[in-house]
Write a new protein. Structure first.
Length: 298
């Protein structure tokens, strides 16, 4: 009796194992009629833009570069959204606005032109660096010459043309460089240091080297190198006063209620922008009035 029951149980267990094995084999991957698969991987530019913004926020923007001319030309002809911060809760990529399209069509020539610069992948970025310095120098020279010819055409004095059009034209590359540094860097040092460093290069190298070469050339020919000061004393003094006032404003903006030299609440940003822009207008107006002898200089 016990032997019969034991044999029946063993038969049931064998049947269950056989069913379990059959079910397990049904779940195994098997080759069907189609045994080849083609996988196409496409780059998502929207996802790349999102990753780039995340890297900027973590102060790792220095690792962003270009690896091919194809990538540079695609970025040059592609309309992208502005650099405004997107809320963390936003899941969709920000679409370009009407202003972005207008700015793209106004600057597409320069974007395509600078896309010919070698990518940062070549020579660890040094090739790109030196060629960019050369191209910026050529572009600044062209802008300065155009500004000088414009002032001559409309009949402005050279001193007025220098402080308005030439200075404005040659400072455009510095303006964009400071803007990029202000967005990408965690602190304001790079943005403000770019301005002060640019002025130092202009004064110590731009004027110093040029005047030294002229003085050496005149000295070898037995002549003296002499440049009349004109209204230089007045404009430099006015610039120094306004620059000192700007430094005081930047130091005041370090208060905890504002948060730092750049950025901060909307009201402080607008007030600082209008103040600095107003000081530049006053500098241009007073320099022009002194050049045309409406006010007395020194």
């Amino acid at each position: 009796m016990k032997r019969g029951i034991s044999g029946e149980d063993e038969g049931n267990q064998a049947a269950e194992k056989k069913d379990a094995k059959r079910i397990a084999e049904m779940g195994k991957p098997t080759l069907g009629e189609i045994c080849k698969l083609e996988v196409i991987i496409e780059e998502s530019y929207e996802f790349k833009s999102t990753v780039d913004k995340l890297i900027k926020k973590t102060n790792l923007a220095v690792v962003i570069g270009t690896y091919s001319w194809r990538e540079q030309f695609l970025e040059a002809i592609t309309v992208s959204a502005g650099d405004d911060d997107v809320d963390d809760d936003a899941r969709e990529e920000k679409l370009p606005s009407c202003f972005d399209y207008v700015m793209h069509f106004l600057t597409v020539f320069w974007k395509v032109l600078f896309a010919f610069v070698p990518p940062t992948e070549y020579g660890n970025g040094w090739v790109c660096f030196f060629i960019c310095i050369g191209v910026i120098g050529i572009l600044t020279t062209v802008i300065g010459d155009l500004a000088s010819h414009f002032g001559c055409t409309v009949g402005l004095k050279d001193s007025v043309t220098a402080v308005v059009f030439v200075a404005l034209g040659t400072s455009v590359p510095d303006t964009f460089a400071s803007k990029v540094a202000a967005i990408q860097d965690q602190y304001a040092d790079a943005s403000i240091g770019n301005v002060t460093g640019s002025n130092a290069v202009n004064v110590f190298l731009g004027i110093g080297i040029a005047w030294s070469i002229a003085a050496i050339y005149k000295g070898t020919h037995g002549k003296k190198f002499y440049v009349k000061p004109g209204s230089l004393a007045f404009t430099v003094t006015l610039f120094t006063i306004f620059a000192f006032f700007n430094v005081l404003v930047l130091m005041y903006r370090r208060r905890p209620g504002i948060g730092g030299e750049l950025g901060g609440p909307w009201g402080y940003k607008l007030a600082t922008t209008m103040l600095f822009f107003g000081l530049w207008l006053l500098y241009v107006v007073f320099s022009s009035l002194e050049a045309y002898c409406h006010i007395k200089g020194f």
